[in-house]
Design a protein around this ligand. Structure first.
Ligand code: AHR
Length: 497
């Protein structure tokens, strides 16, 4: 037997927003992704019904939009109403038809039954433009912007609960980037105006695990904001589409909670840990590939900066490495559910997302099945858990350095309503199965394993090819001291009733 699982006290109830998602006006996420008016698979409002159905199946709880870098030069007013004027998207250097705007986004959220989360333009935008957006969405009928929404055919306010002030305005790559001092001032003034329009909204502000930036932000704005937004991509590939192998990816699992620990410590040091939660509102193992735009040297020939974006859409690149890593990160988020209240997989459709669209349908990539497993089979109460004698395996990271990685990543949860125990067990080992002795469960009578797995670490899904699947095993009799086998490179939820 390789490990024995023990359980401790309840850590907390994880927010359903931990399984959130993000969609940006980039490449084929919106146009050619979820929004394809006139396509045979689209409904009367232009949304791909197969994509909406797949989003509903994993109960997307919140969808962050419209960016990402895109938003830092975006003006929402050009994308509402009967006349839509195409804009030149200065972030990604393409023309955006503006046919997908706030009203279409809200319609999508209603179809998916998810909460809207709007990220505002703190690059070239102003606090007034942000608060006008809140007027348009959330005021019943006062003022010119609510009146405009009503004229556009939407009499009821949208009640958008989550708003972010800016994206990554700390980064040199962001249009309208700010220094820490400017940022603190801008966030305060934006927060005041937005909350004067609707005091019930929850506000996030772009941050990072950098001490100076966050201290200044929180010193200025601690009492105005409800969330602090952090982002992380581990396998960064903006210029070179250079995928980390399975083994290199496992090395990244030693570095899953770095940002959370830093921000948690800062919030506690400033006495804000009870009033501000972390929104990890962009995360993905794979950074997006978009060469020659995040630098001053912009590509001139489309083959230098536009065509390469198609490389994000190669399904063969999204393997069990993505599934195993994502499960380990979701375990980390659950373990920190007392301070992390939201997380958004970036993105959900196409690019590095879990749903890929093509002319005749969709492909559910390996990461989609991990969300299916966690959302539909794991519990909502997070328990402390540990495994004695956890084995380690030696791997080489992306820089060729040796790393020792725990083979198993185990998270214990309970379904609050039924009391059923549900244990997420990840076996990172590429070839070998591992056994796990389950804890004593008084009155436990039966158990089953629900597994996401492919034949090899390189398994992936594509058009007409389904190698990575989610399989629910049969219920079997449970007894004390039971040991289960965790297949290699697999993610399982073991339910004990
Ligand atoms: O690579 C995509 C970008 O990553 C998003 O637009 C931005 O928010 C992050 O830097």
């Amino acid at each position: 037997m390789n490990a024995t699982l023990s359980l401790g006290r309840t850590i907390g109830l994880r927010s359903p927003l931990l399984y959130g998602h993000f969609i940006e006006h980039f490449h084929r996420q919106i146009y050619g992704g979820v929004y394809m008016p006139g396509h045979p698979l689209s409904d009367g409002q232009g949304f791909r019904t197969d994509v909406v159905e797949a989003m509903r199946h994993i109960h997307v709880p919140v969808l962050r939009w419209p960016g990402g870098c895109f938003v830092s030069a975006y003006h929402w007013k050009y994308a509402v109403g009967p006349e839509r004027t195409p804009m030149f998207d200065k972030a990604w250097r393409v023309e955006d038809p503006n046919t997908f705007g706030t009203d279409e986004y809200i319609a999508l959220c209603r179809k998916v039954s998810c909460a809207p989360y709007i990220c505002t333009n703190a690059g070239t935008g102003t606090p007034e433009e942000m608060s006008d957006w809140v007027e348009y969405c959330n005021l019943p009928n006062q003022g010119m912007f609510a009146a405009q929404r009503i004229r556009n055919g939407f009499p009821q306010p949208y009640g958008v609960p989550y708003w972010s002030i800016g994206n990554e305005n700390y980064g040199f790559w962001e249009l309208g980037a700010k220094d820490a001092q400017e940022w603190g001032r801008l966030v305060v003034e934006s927060a005041k105006l937005m909350k004067h329009v609707d005091p019930t909204i929850q506000l996030s502000a772009a941050a990072l695990a950098d001490l100076d930036w966050n201290v200044n932000l929180l010193k200025h704005c601690g009492r105005y904001i409800d969330w602090i937004s952090i982002h992380r991509y581990w396998n960064l590939m903006p210029e070179k589409n250079d995928f980390a192998t399975y083994e290199e990816t496992m090395a990244y699992t030693n570095d899953l909670d770095t940002e959370i620990r830093k921000v948690r410590g800062l919030l506690m040091a400033m006495g804000l840990e009870k009033s501000i939660k972390i929104a990890y509102d962009e995360w993905n193992l794979r950074g997006w590939h978009h060469p020659n735009v995040h630098t001053i040297r912009q590509g001139v020939d489309v083959d230098a900066y536009l065509t390469p974006r198609d490389l994000n859409d190669r399904n063969q690149d999204y393997t069990m490495a993505d599934a195993v890593f994502s499960a380990c990160f979701l375990n980390t988020l659950n373990r920190n559910c007392d301070i992390v209240g939201m997380a958004n997989f970036a993105p959900i459709v196409n690019t590095r997302g879990c749903i890929f669209t093509h002319e005749k349908g969709i492909v559910l990539r390996s990461t989609y099945h991990v969300f299916d497993l966690y959302v539909n089979y794991l519990g909502d109460e997070v328990l402390e858990s540990w495994t004695e004698r956890g084995k380690e395996m030696a791997v080489l990271d992306k820089n060729g350095r040796q790393a020792a990685v725990q083979e198993l990543d185990v998270l214990a949860t309970r379904h609050r309503d039924s009391g059923m125990l549900a244990i997420a067990a990840v076996n990172k080992h590429p070839e070998q199965a591992r056994s796990l002795q389950l804890p004593e469960v008084p009155n436990g009578v039966r158990y089953r394993a629900v597994t996401v797995q492919g034949n090899s670490t390189e398994s992936y899904n594509d058009i007409g090819r389904e190698e990575v699947t989610l399989r629910a095993g049969d219920w079997k009799p449970f007894h004390a001291g039971l040991t289960v086998l965790l297949p290699p490179h697999s993610v399982q939820v073991i339910q004990i009733q």
